[in-house]
Every structure is written in C-alpha cells, then in structure tokens.
Design a protein around this ligand. Structure first.
Ligand code: A2P
Length: 350
C-alpha cells in the first residue's frame, strides 16, 4: 500500500484523479490532497471519507511520507515542487508538459510503451503525455504495427475543459449570456480563450512558435515520436471547440503498406482500451457525448482514401480528463507498481 499525494487536487484533472483512483481500487494507504494556499481546508471526497486540502510546500512530501505523487497544477508548479517530492523519496507522475521531452524522463502511454517505465529511476519522474497525443497514439499504435505509418495529418476538436475548470466556466458564462442577450459584456470579460468560445471555434491552442505551429501542435509532433520510438511525420492543426469535455480528432495516416479497412478495424478492435464504433448505415460513430466519463478511445469513420491505397482516414474521440490525463496517470502508476513497486517498498523499509 502506498501514501499518495495529488498536487492540484482542486483542479479539473485533480478531481478526476480521486474518482479514477477509487474506481481502479488503487492500493492507497493514505491520500493527501494538495493545492495552493487559497484552497487550504477545502474538502474532497475519497472512498466515502472527507479529506481536507493541504498547502503544497516543498516539505510536505517528506512530512507525509509520500510514495507516489501525481502532479496536475501546471508546468511551473511541477518545475518547482516535483524535485522536492523526488528528494523525499517519491516517484512523481507528472501531467504537465514541463519534463516530457527530457531525455531522462520516460513519457508513457501504458498501452503503447509500458517498458519505458523502467527508466523512471533516472530522475524519479514519469511524464504523462499531452491529452491529444495520448488518444492519438493509442489508435496509431496498432495501425502502425500493421501498415507502417510514415505520416499523420490530424485536426483536433478540443474541449474547453482542456483549459481547466476556468475554461469550462468561461463557456458556461458565455452560453448564459447568449440566452440573456448580454454576450458583448461577458465576452469583454473573458480570461481563458483568445476569442468568444461559445458558438465559435478557435484554431489556436497554446502559444504560436516561429515555425507557424502552436506549442500544442508541436507537443503532438514531438511526443508522438518519443512515445512510439518512431520517426513519423506529424502535421497537426489544434482547434478549440465549444464542447465541455472529450477531445475529437480527424486523423489521416499515410502508410508504407497498402491499407485495408477490414484489417484496420480488426487490429483496432483487438487493441487494449479501444472501442470501434463504425456503422455508417445506422449513423453510428464516435462523439464526445459517448466518450465522456469513460476510459476508452473510440474510433470510427474508418475509410480508405479515394485516390491513394496507402492512405486511411478515421475519427477518434476520448475523454481527455480521463484517458488524456487522470486515467493514463493512474494506469502508469499501476504499471509502475507491477514492475517496480515491491523493490521500491523494500528499499524504503531499509
Ligand atoms: P487552487 O485551486 O488552490 O488554485 P485547473 O487545471 O482546473 O485550472 O486546476 C489547477 C490546479 O492546480 C488547482 O488545483 C490549483 O489549486 C492548482 N494550483 C495552481 N497553482 C498552484 C500553486 N502555485 N501551488 C499549488 N497548487 C496550484
């Protein structure tokens, strides 16, 4: 059993982590919710118990004898406090982008590259990839094995909860204002998105880079290849849409081998944590309302290109707070326990 800390316990991903840890019956000895000083004393529920949020400080990990620390409070918080947790003897599972491309930090999607967890000792940290990347690589992995992917083109449709609770609140406020005919004022007061998000789409997530892509898009380029140990060309366009939860992706893969829709469906269906919903004759395909609150990547609209027999198109949807964040983090931790847990606890006992 393990002492577990959740850093960012009051945030969108933090709240989901409590639910996922409970659902997966995670071997928790003690759970310590941590957030900023603003949230001290706030209450969270875990397995029918009420826990009080404590302040995140550098000392808290040692004081609480933490073994596993989940971080979901932004990159600067991870940069400052993850080393404190490691120093106190914990393994850190970090949801932010801060350590992802560090060569001494494994970047893991357990369905795709569980073996990379073994590298955790280099820094004591395992990074959880970007949400759009996680759901994409889960569907790419079986197709790559079958058809050898050379290039991926992807357009995302990303929910507002990807920008945290404030993102959801901003969409709610704007929707309410629309029904009250007071949108102008509310849009002037927006904080999170660059433009009005209600009844709009914004082809801009995170900062623009010199190459014309955004940082969110570059995460998909770089993280995909680190996870898959590949050299695939990735061409993403990341778009924010007024959906509360679950990201969608329209994906095109260009392969070395000729693609086959029936075979693609078979390999996707037999891959861990994928559900294929693909019945055009019954109007059945994946959508955010199907994926929300579940732990699967849903794939559908699978079709061969009309002009190139080595090109396949499909649509994929997953709950990015779960598959793209909390569930992936918990799956990493469970795999880590399976691979390293016994040794870790023995060393701690010495
Ligand atoms: P708090 O609620 O105390 O600000 P979201 O991604 O939904 O916006 O949530 C961000 C999470 O990260 C919240 O739990 C938030 O806590 C936490 N957080 C943000 N900044 C800090 C900080 N400087 N120290 C500790 N926790 C922080």
């Amino acid at each position: 059993m393990y002492n577990v800390a959740i850093v960012g316990a009051t945030g969108a991903v933090g709240e989901e982590l409590f639910r996922v840890l409970e659902e997966y019956n995670f071997p928790v000895k003690k759970l310590v919710p941590l957030a900023s000083a603003r949230s001290v004393g706030k209450e969270v529920e875990f397995k029918g118990e009420t826990l009080k949020v404590k302040e995140l400080t550098c000392d808290v990990f040692e004081k609480e004898e933490i073994d596993i620390a989940f971080f979901s409070a932004g990159g600067s918080v991870s940069a400052k406090f993850a080393p404190c947790a490691v120093k106190a003897g914990a393994v850190v599972i970090d949801n932010t982008s801060y350590f992802r491309m560090d060569k001494d930090v494994p970047l893991v999607v357990p369905e795709v590259n569980p073996e990379d967890i073994a590298l955790w000792r280099k820094k004591g940290i395992i990074a959880n990839p970007n949400c759009s990347t996680i759901q994409m690589v889960i569907s790419l992995a079986p197709l790559h094995k079958e058809f050898n992917i050379k290039r991926v083109e992807v357009a995302t449709y990303q929910a507002v909860s990807g920008a945290g609770k404030k993102g959801m609140e901003e969409l709610f406020e704007q929707m309410r204002a629309i029904f009250n005919f007071k949108l102008d004022k509310v849009v002037d007061e927006r904080e999170v998105f660059q433009y009005q998000i209600a009844l709009n789409v914004i082809p801009h997530i995170d900062k623009f880079m010199d190459n014309g892509f955004t940082r969110e898009e570059m995460k998909m380029v770089n993280e995909t290849n680190k996870i898959m140990h590949s050299n695939i060309e990735v061409a993403p366009t990341c778009v924010r849409v007024p959906v509360l939860r679950s990201h969608s992706e329209a994906i095109t893969i260009h392969c070395e081998k000729e693609v086959d829709v029936k075979r693609a469906r078979e390999v996707l269906e037999s891959f861990e944590d994928i559900k294929v919903i693909d019945n055009p004759e019954k109007n059945e395909y994946p959508m955010p309302i199907i994926a929300t609150d579940t732990d699967y990547v849903y794939v559908g609209r699978i079709r061969k290109d009309l002009f190139d027999n080595k090109t396949l198109h499909f649509f994929n949807v997953a709950d990015q707070l779960r598959v793209g964040a909390a569930t992936n983090a918990v799956r990493i931790a469970l795999k880590w326990i399976e691979m390293e847990g016994e040794k870790f606890l023995k060393e701690k006992d010495k």
